[in-house]
Design a protein around this ligand. Sequence first.
Ligand code: AVJ
Length: 324
Amino acid sequence: MKLQATGSAPAGHAEAAIHDDFRNAVLAGLAARPRAIPAKFLYDAEGSRLFDAITRLDDYYPTRTELGILEACAPEIARLAGPGAVLVEFGSGSSTKIRLLLDALEEPAAYLPIDISGEHLLRACRALARDYPALTVQPVVGDFTRSLSLPPLDRGRHVLGFFPGSTIGNFTPEEAGQFLGQAALTLGPGASFVLGVDLVKPAHILRAAYDDAKGVTAAFNLNLLRRINRELGGTFDLARFAHKIVWNEALDRIEMHLESLADQTVSVAGTSFAFAAGETIHTENSYKYRLDAFTGLAFSAGWRPLAHWTDEQALFSVHFLRRD
Ligand code: AVJ
């Protein structure tokens, strides 16, 4: 197997940086009004496990819909990307979707997954390296929402970025534009970029997907408080907060919040925070796009939209971009 250690900072350094980042973001986010904590902190080991469980729920349409689209368009992606490509995945999680591309591409040379959850990333990479013995697998533990250094990419090869799952929807459209511009620099001249982007649709479908009947999304959201308690010495009582979903129609986004069920005081890393009943901590935005709005955003960030695909109900879309 060809599983290589990260070419940038050792995993321990990345995790220490993520820990400091978490502490600063939580203290600042709880002091702010409205209160908000960036969604990337939902993904500790338990959060990553709960998110994987979400992706298998009947109520959560994005994953199976995207997999169906990718299965259908993989041969065309393989044709557009050509042989011997180097794949770079942003926020790879458990690295299941990449297998569809790896199976369709002609002799992919290397796979560089970037993920904030180190343990989860390494486990996924060991399994991939076992299943694809000819592939060089080079995991990078890090936060792709910040500029991060990748191991040098082999510029003689075609570079194919992969950002599935509509994770781009966690950014505001402005941040998404900045991310796309940064990715153009990271991936380099001539690179291709395949992204999954969730689409605007009727509110009842969105509500079911983000407040599922089995309560897995609620557990995923509440796990953030458990993480704060464990890693930052927090005193959150999980029974006194509830998962809350808002479909913000004006901004085309699903919002996830944690709502305080009582007047209460919570302490985190030695600082006290008073909550009124009904007050919320905003924990995630999940923006939904219209097709032309997304291709326009990509174009403004320096990418040429070469193709896109959707499912029959136009729930979800997959985009193929190219930079000059
Ligand atoms: C991983 C950001 C794409 O927004 O659908 C799932 C995260 N949050 N259920 C999404 C999520 C609640 C997911 N993304």
